[in-house]
Write a protein that binds this ligand. Sequence first.
Ligand code: BES
Ligand code: MN
Ligand code: ZN
Length: 527
Amino acid sequence: MLARRGTHLLARSSNLPRRTLSTTRSRSAVYILPVDPQSPSSPVTDVDAAALWNSAPAPKDKKAAKAGTTRIFYDTPNGGKGKDITALTSLGDKWTSKSDEQKREVVRRAVGSAIKAVKALGDGVDGETVLVDASADPHAAAVAANLALYDFTLKTKPQSHFDPRNTGSLPERLELRSLSESDAKAWSDGVVYARAQNLARTLSELPGNMMTPTAFTERVQAEFAGLPNVDIFARDQEWAAEKGMRTFLSVAKGSSEPCKFLEIHYRGAASDVQPLLFVGKGVTFDTGGISIKPAGGMELMRGDMGGAAAVCSAALAVAQLKLPVNLVVLCPLTENMPGPGANKPGDIVYAMNGKSIQIDNTDAEGRLVLADALYYGTSTYQPHSVVDVATLTGAMMIALGEVYTGVFTNSDTLWQDLEKAGKVEHDLFWRMPLSDAYAPQITSSNADLCNIGGRSAGSCTAALFLKSFVAGVESSEESDSEPGVRWAHLDIAGTMESARGNDYQGKGLTGRPTRALIELVKQSAIA
Ligand code: BES
Ligand code: MN
Ligand code: ZN
């Protein structure tokens, strides 16, 4: 396993005190120990962190080492066979004077950098016990460790340490443990958050041929298997036709792959408690349809079900954490293909709520599948709040890039809840305008609505389009009071993918905003 260890040796610590924490282990372990470079210590181990940290080369910048600077030590004596790797990682300058929000992100970056550094040794961490000193912030440490250890690959050589096609989002042989027992709950909750996000990454990364609407529903059902208070329905095309979901089906009929309408019900509260509703765009591959996309970069459209992946994964965590809420999740799942039955530009369809829509561009399919899902969900389940998540517009990527998810909402309080949840998990949101002033751009065709609104403010016109299908959205009596139903549309077209990644999450499809959604539900359960 760690055969090449010697070639990467940075420092030896044979004269340092023995740590007593280790129990009898047959394998070696990786220790991830975040330290304040001003006064390095590891309260939950007997590692002499100060001696180790200061024994490393480059004495001058030791105290100012920026967050994530990692020093790796081999062969620290530990009462075992001397096979351990100890990674000390800096919490950065001025650690003690930082706010809680800043500290959490520093912990994530430090833990992530250390795991990245250990992975970069080339031996992998497969089969190792990874022990993280989580005392600085157990939730953030658990999140970062689990996100950083995740790798998506279908390469057959070297063989992947876990098969993304199967349930379970971390390598089986990897044992990830916290070294701060007192904070065990925060650690184990953090593991649930991160594993949910890793599932969303997997669902998004799996290519269109593997992650069809049918495969998506089967995988989600397998992930939920055995969890109490959950009902899952994988509706088919006939069911959708009976419900009158004509705009959803107009997209599906361009593909020979059967569509699905996935419905998850989690009952964590009394049956008379109004539910929260999540709706996720589940286009398992978006070619654009007859308004076909250019070839370059089209492979990214395997992730056009990122909204569905995030809401299902968040719901899984909510059920695992047994949060005291009722939650309904709806995902219209289909391919957008230019098959012989496909929508043609100029076609007009009547949505489930009776409104007519002119489809001038078949590539604006997300709003079509969401229109019926939003109307069905809001008219059937009378939720107190609705959050839809969708890789909806390329314009969103232009506006906010991969940093912020754009939020369009009719509710100031829902915006505040989302902003807070996003900050807690550093899964950030930025509020965008949901304004009727954009209406002329999408109402100038032969139908009630047109599915495109011109180049300008493309994300804003898409959001306003969706508003027409949210039942109860306009029912407020006074103009400045909260609306009848709180609705937020999250456009994740920019945040679905990270080109560079960060210290704790590699590049690729991100699984965002899974963690922020879990946190939103958790906060609403506390309130
Ligand atoms: N799935 C795309 C949006 C997208 C683009 C997500 C790039 C992530 C990265 C969506 O279905 C789409 O094609 N939108 C069109 C809408 C336009 C035709 C009004 C777009 O943004 O170009
Ligand atoms: Mn499209
Ligand atoms: Zn799309």
